[in-house]
Design a protein around this ligand. Structure first.
Ligand code: UD1
Ligand code: CA
Length: 455
């Protein structure tokens, strides 16, 4: 049968002490719930149904544009009640995989294994359990003398003997499509919490001679939930470590895997090196031999092979060519593209510009809305004045131009190929190719001039 994913996300999450609903708090830059959605996509489900309740509109908004159906659970009467609500949106007969929106680290491999066991055993209910060091708070998996699962007993309903069981319920389970409606229909709220427990589907399946199985998950980290800010930070650290390890497994040299934050998807070539305290966000592509110095922030960018970012550079929505050297302390803003062998030095900001092969902008400059040719040299303190207070204008700089220090190029303006612009010039009209253009009062000396002095 096709698969429907059901994600429970109606809970309030009051221990987060936040106005934001828990399931949309960001983890590694994306909402908790989004992690679960993205992971389950790898099972190619026919549909994804999200049960929302508390601040339902905010949750819906945060996930707008996704291929998901939302079902509202007006009162949080328990996990079983939540799945009953989801059934209203589930294609009849589909098998169900139920997950929690606040358990984001579950791996696709684990879910695929659960699904495979569910199929292999022809389970009616197949749940994911784990052996907890400290099972406090979890539902306990009760097995009979043959080892078959016969019930899940919530901690609050458990006697001392049951509480001593360490095999615990992760909350993640699969339900056979043909049985789901019947099993969920049998739930009642006659228990310590007065809730409709999803976990009671196990005892009803057993009572109606339907097969129940449990698959043990070895890695407890995958099943950690988020209830408060401390746990969220704990998960962030686990994910950070996982991603750092994945990069190292792909051959990246990390100076300290404990000091890198990967909040997106990183594609890497061979022999990439990343120094400490870097943040990589969104989609980042690093070519062969790229070296990233300490303290860099890279967001949605592509860095060409052999390029080096020195310390403390920020690169955002930009594409750097091969064999560039950038920084330290450079800011490459959206829409910047550099060709190969470009040098960008300290305290240089570049925005929405194309920089040609071998050009150098080495110190303290601003280049915005500029088309720059090859082998251009931009002196210290040079600035493109691209904004007149109302509109942005373009600057065009030809090949082999030399822009002296402290020049202002007042856009729109064009500097012809091979031109030289003398230091300190304010260029408001196009400068011809091959010539020296200056805008400078002649230097004079007043002989014998004395500074004023007090008597
Ligand atoms: C549940 C399980 C327990 C398991 C534990 C794992 C039940 C009865 N118990 O307990 O066996 O060990 O998870 O963490 O299922 N939710 C709704 N609507 C509701 C109630 C809950 O959407 O009416 C959502 C919550 O937002 C949360 C998830 O379901 O994401 C789990 O709910 P929670 O109350 O935390 O369940 P536990 O009591 O921890
Ligand atoms: Ca919980």
């Amino acid at each position: 049968m096709p698969l429907s994913i059901v994600i429970l996300a109606a809970g309030k999450g009051s221990r987060m002490k936040s106005r934001r609903p828990k399931v949309i708090h960001p983890l590694a830059g994306k909402p908790l719930l989004q992690h679960v959605i993205d992971t389950t996509r790898q099972l190619a489900p026919q549909q994804t149904v999200i049960v929302v309740g508390h601040e339902a509109d905010q949750v819906r908004q945060a996930l707008a544009g996704q291929d998901c159906d939302f079902v509202e659970q007006l009162e949080q009467l328990g996990t079983g009640h939540a799945v009953q609500q989801a059934l209203k949106a589930v294609t009849p007969g589909n098998d169900l995989l139920v997950l929690y929106g606040d358990v984001p680290l579950i791996r696709a491999e684990t879910l695929l294994h659960l699904q495979q066991q569910f199929e292999e055993h022809g389970s009616s209910v197949c749940l994911l359990s784990f052996v907890a060091d400290d099972p406090t708070g979890y539902g306990r998996i009760v097995r009979d003398e043959t080892g078959s699962v016969i019930a899940i007993v919530e901690e609050k309903d458990a006697d001392a003997e049951t509480r001593a069981i360490r095999e615990s319920n992760s909350g993640i389970l699969m339900l056979r499509g043909g049985d789901a409606a019947d099993l969920l229909g049998r739930l009642d709220n006659d228990n310590a919490q007065g809730e409709y427990y999803l976990t009671d589907t196990v005892k009803h399946a057993v009572a109606t001679q339907r097969p129940v199985h449990a698959v043990i998950c070895e890695d407890e980290d995958e099943l950690l939930g988020v209830n408060n800010q401390r746990q969220l930070a704990g998960l962030e650290a686990i994910l950070r470590a996982r991603r750092a390890e994945a990069l190292m497994d792909r051959g990246v040299k990390l100076v300290d895997p404990g000091r890198i934050d990967i909040r997106g998807e990183v594609a890497v070539g061979s022999d990439v090196e990343i120094d400490i305290n870097c943040v990589l966000e969104g989609e980042v592509e690093l070519g062969d031999g790229v070296r990233i110095g300490p303290g860099c922030v890279l967001s949605n960018c592509r860095i060409g092979a052999g390029t080096t970012l020195l310390a403390h550079c920020v690169v955002e929505e930009a594409e750097l060519g091969a064999s560039n050297t950038v920084g330290p302390f450079a800011r490459i803003r959206p829409g910047t593209e550099t060709a190969s062998d470009v040098k960008v030095g300290n305290f240089v900001e570049i925005k929405k510009s194309h920089i040609g092969v071998g050009s150098k902008i080495n110190h303290l400059a601003y280049v915005g809305d500029t088309e720059m040719g090859a082998r251009v040299n931009v002196g210290a303190g040079a600035i493109t004045c691209n904004y007149d207070g109302a509109y942005k204008h373009r600057t065009v700089i030809g090949d082999d131009v030399f822009v002296g220090s402290d020049v202002q190029l007042v856009a729109p303006v064009e500097i012809g190929a091979g031109a030289t612009i003398g230091a300190g010039a304010t260029i408001t009209r196009d400068a011809p190719a091959g010539e020296l253009t200056l805008s400078r009062a002649k230097q004079i000396t007043i002989p014998g001039w004395k500074r004023p002095s007090k008597n």
